[in-house]
Design a protein around this ligand. Structure first.
Ligand code: SAH
Length: 213
């Protein structure tokens, strides 16, 4: 579990790339500069960890591209102490970004292998999500609701109703919507029944799968 000056140099370059691509939130760029992304990947991909690309992480899943992580985090407008629900823990990299931004993070993953991997990895990196769970993200986490923000990191064919219900008034839900290609979508909860919808162009994610059981 090494983090070297070379890795730090590559991270600085990655942050410049993200700035060039339009990421402006200083707090987000700052945490990306700090988090050792290579430790979230299989060691055979170590050399690629600081390219702005998605990579396989096992169980047929991918770690999101850094630009996508930064873009979604920016839309979420995370403040310190915000309670954030993440659907799709995956490698845990996005989870780490949210934790380092000061959020209380609740994350759900439906692949047991990945859930176990991240449960071991986070303490080693001194990253402390509030709650990690193995289960179906379509249902959210009703026992821990409501949330200031919800982020879905897999492509969803529709907006799961439970996630809308678990959002605070004023809260933000960031979700890539679509089957082959996804439109990044932001919903802001205005009151009990109304949500404002904004769309932000095309992204590609692995699918948000319904429960196997
Ligand atoms: N944020 C992660 C993204 C991983 S890809 C990262 O950057 O590493 C999306 C993840 O969503 C995968 O790990 C996949 O297993 C998970 N996933 C898919 N469907 C799900 C569901 N219904 N509930 C919870 N997680 C799900």
């Amino acid at each position: 579990m090494k983090d070297t000056a070379k890795h730090q140099g590559l991270r600085n370059q990655l942050v410049s790339t993200l700035e060039q691509k339009g990421i402006t939130d200083k707090a987000i760029l700052d945490v990306i500069k700090k988090i050792p992304r290579h430790l979230f990947l299989n060691s055979s991909f170590e050399d690629y960890a600081y390219q702005d690309k998605a990579f396989p992480i096992g169980a047929g899943q991918t770690i999101s591209q850094p630009y996508t992580v930064a873009f979604q985090s920016q839309l979420l407008e995370v403040k310190k102490e915000h309670k954030i629900l993440e659907i799709g823990t995956g490698s845990g990299y996005q989870t780490a970004v949210l934790c380092m931004l000061g959020a209380k993070v609740y994350s759900v993953e439906r692949q047991n292998e990945l859930f176990k991997q991240t449960s071991i990895l986070f303490p080693k990196l001194n990253i402390r999500p509030k709650h990690l769970s193995f289960g179906d993200g379509y249902k959210g986490l009703p026992h821990h609701a409501p949330f200031d923000g919800i982020i879905v990191t897999a492509g969803a064919p529709f907006i799961p109703q439970p996630l809308m219900a678990q959002l605070k008034i004023g809260g933000r839900l960031v979700i890539p919507l679509g089957e082959q290609v996804q439109i990044m979508t932001l919903l802001i909860r205005k009151n009990e029944t109304q949500f404002e919808k904004h769309e932000f162009g095309e992204f590609r994610f692995v699918p948000l799968l319904e429960d196997k059981n």
